[in-house]
Design a protein around this ligand. Structure first.
Ligand SMILES: O=C(O)CCC(=O)C(=O)O
Ligand SMILES: [Fe+2]
Length: 329
């Protein structure tokens, strides 16, 4: 359990202008990579602007998200994630405790992933987070929009990881093989206002690190996301219209031999209004082995972790935070 202590107000997260990441000029792409390198070794979180995703698409996804959470409880319950062998679908209020020793999170969610053929071996094996998306039947148009949003975010995650490869002195396409058949999950989250009285240390999302490679988060204008910086101080990630908040996840920290940081964050909605957010998690192919990157280990800095597969790492995290509720037996 990480006890809640209020954030400092003075500091704020850095902003990365991503326009030059799309430049044909490699020197310009390298300049963006260097900024990302510095931040990733420190707080591991940044706002991303000029990222190429149309604002209309993001706004539309928030509209569909509000409509989804306004569905009658029975419609949402019919999509409960326990019905999907992949753990996709509806996450009821209190289903997850992201900070494992704390009370359940005060949020409800909906998650879906990569649209993969039903006869793909990963789906046939019942692998976590492959196939078995559940879609609401009583919201025509929801699925089509969600998939357009997902495609845009997936593309952006590829571009980000190509710049991150550059930032680690790797070929720009280094991560591509790990992204072809990915565990890439879009969550839609709803946080009601924090009640006046809750269980000890119960908030919207308990302090946690993200598990995958990178997370790309759209948040509405309510605020509530708080990030722990390298000094151990909590900093508010106040909403910046038109930006995404991007952060490094555990698997990239591990792959980079702790050079890059996957830092804790949490959510507390202290406004009297509901908060919605849309985190996209790019976690990579379940079969990919995470083993110290060639540019991140040396005689002075030997590999700190035993090799492990992405699939095994994520399955352990799902078990820890959802208990048996996250995946069909
Ligand atoms: O809702 C947010 O702002 C953050 C959510 C989050 O950290 C997560 O789902 O991992
Ligand atoms: Fe998170």
């Amino acid at each position: 359990m990480i006890l809640y202590a209020p954030p400092k107000t003075a500091s704020r997260l850095p902003v990365i202008d991503f326009a030059d990441a799309f430049s044909p000029d490699k020197a310009k792409r390298e300049a963006v990579a260097w900024e990302i390198h510095k931040i990733s070794r420190d707080v591991g979180f940044f706002y991303l602007v000029n990222h190429g995703v149309r604002q209309q698409l993001v706004d539309g996804q928030f509209d569909w998200t509000r409509r989804f959470f306004s569905l009658p409880p029975a419609s949402k319950a019919a999509l409960d994630m326990s019905h999907s062998p992949s753990g996709y679908g509806y996450e009821r209020m209190g289903a997850q405790a992201l900070d494992v020793d704390s009370p359940a999170d005060l949020k409800e969610g909906f998650q879906f992933g990569f649209d993969i053929a039903a006869d793909h071996p990963y789906v046939q094996q019942g692998s976590l987070r492959y196939g078995h998306n559940l879609w609401p039947q009583d919201l025509p148009g929801f699925r089509e929009h969600a998939q357009r949003y997902y495609d845009a975010l997936r593309q952006l995650s590829h571009r980000l990881l190509s710049v991150i490869a550059l930032s680690l002195h790797l070929e720009e396409d280094f991560f591509e093989p790990a992204l072809r058949t990915p565990i890439a999950t879009q969550r839609l989250l709803h946080y009601p206002p924090q009640p006046a009285k809750t269980a000890h240390n119960q908030i919207g999302a308990g302090a946690h690190t993200d598990w995958g490679l990178i997370t790309i988060l759209a948040q509405d204008d309510i605020g509530g996301l708080e990030v722990c910086n390298a000094d151990g101080d909590w900093v508010r990630a106040a909403p910046i219209h038109g930006s995404f908040v991007v952060n490094i996840g555990d698997l990239l920290q591990r792959w980079s031999n702790d050079l890059y940081h996957s830092n804790p964050h949490r959510v507390l909605n202290d406004k009297p209004l509901p908060r919605y957010s849309l985190p996209f998690f790019q976690d990579g192919d379940q079969a990919q082995i995470i083993e110290c990157l060639p540019t991140c280990c040396s005689a002075e800095r030997p590999a700190r972790y035993a090799p492990c597969s992405i699939g095994d790492y994520l399955a352990a995290k799902v078990r820890e935070t959802f208990g048996a509720a996250g995946v069909a037996a």
